[in-house]
Design a protein. Sequence first.
Lengths: 260, 340
Amino acid sequence: MTTTTDLLMVQQLHKAFDGYTAVHDVSFAIQPGQIKALIGPNGAGKTTILNMISGVLLPSSGEILLQGVPISGLPSHRIAARGIARTFQHVELFQNMSVVENVMIGRHLRSRGGLLAAAFPIGYVTTQERRVFTEAMNLLEMVQLADFAQYPAGELPFGRQRLLEIARALATEPRLLLLDEAASGLSSREKHELVALIFTIRQTGVTIFLVDHDMDLVMGISDEVVVLDHGEKIAEGIPAVVQNDEQVIAAYLGEELSDA
Amino acid sequence: MKRSFFTSTLFAAVVGITITAVLPCFVKNNYVLGLLAIVAINTIIAVGLNLVMGYAGQVSLGHAAFFGIGAYTSAILTTQLHCNPWLALLAGVAITGIVALTVGIPCLRLSGNYLAMATLGFGWIVYTVMVQWEQLTKGTSGISDIPKLTIGSFVFGNDISRFYLTWAVTIALLVLSANIVNSRMGRALRALHGSEAAAATLGIDVAWYKIQIFVLSAAYASIAGSLYAHTVNFISPSSYGFSFSVELVVMVVIGGMASVWGAPAGAATITLLAEWLSGMGEKISVLKDCEVIVNGLILILVMVFMPAGLVCGIRDLFRRAARKPMPAVAPPPTERGVLP
């Protein structure tokens, strides 16, 4: 199933918190250029997996390989430098900064200069600042937020904040983009815009791994789906197959029954 | 980023230089000029501490100790080893930097406010060393006859030349700080203040940036300490205790956290207030040693009524008076409904 062409390979990933197992020996692979989804009922361990891939959480055991190189155990900023960017379920924008500055932060890895360059902004430093600003503005154009460049990020309507977070993640020029419940809290029109944006991003060569529990959205756009329930992988495959899987139906039905 | 000339670092620097250049024409009083030199020195520490508090989001309760290390390094090297004062200043920065690294690395690698606790303890240790290690520091009697700073054959001997010297260094360091804040590094610092998790996933090495800014901030305090030693020519441990560390925090809060140019305002307010109170204390005995109470009161009042600090608070009051309503933020018209 997993081959050497995999962009990301997750092997026997396990995470336990104080005796409670959140993720139980989950394995799957993401091919380059794919839109792959991770779905499952609430509390299935989706965000935990995303957190482990992006280095926010350390796995208890198991391996994560990016193009064959192990990345599990690396701190977040190293993983970002290897080409994985993400958004957060509860939008984590820099509220105290302007919209364009949020995206400029995303260019951190693609620019240079430490304390000395900061203290004496001459030569390449000034041209680089201008370049970073322009690049950030281009990304804002892409998510139609250029008009709001100078506003505090926290003042944007919620749906726009999600788009800004995606633009900020793209600014790092990732190979793999992780979207954590990017559609939650969006109106149906905003969801359509999000879907369009996801396809645009894929066209630029970025692989997308998204976590969501909106079945319809996920099934509509994903090439492949991994289904998680109570921390375990219960199905994986193309949407049409997964949708008709008995275990998947049972897991989602179970959730609806317990919600009722 | 596009910023208008009137909010630019250059403009602020020009204003600062002009005020500094012109002020002694009006203020002929040597006592006042000497006091203003102290304001300059405190401004240097405050702006450094501001970088840590306002940008890295960490509190240091030991900045008086870094100030002290700078002052004592300068004093000891120049009086006992007859070292050049400028070299002594650099040596102070180097020693303070190494000490700050040692204190900062374990605390700043963890998230949470461990720095405040560690620097609190560190401050007490440094103070105790100053008092107890009598062979080196002369204990509570302090070190006197510290040589004055010189450039070539020019000696910074009188109050007016010290006023110019201290403020020249202060303005230079303020400009450096403003540059840092507006740079790639400053942006990273503001980001990690906003959300450490998000900053890290964008490739920012959160701990390393915090450590760098903390060491830089300690170096500022050390420079201030050396300037103080060579300006006042006498130092004793009482200037470097816990109460001064707290005073410095109050200066930063009054000046406005994350506001480089608020530092002089905060430093001036607290320095002049302390001087006035000690003058009053000599006349009215009840007011003796009430400095701590007054500082505490100011801290509470500012936090309650002007959480952005005095400078930003007053500016916001004027802005509110000018009543320019913010344009409403509405989503842009997007008629391209894509996909069913």
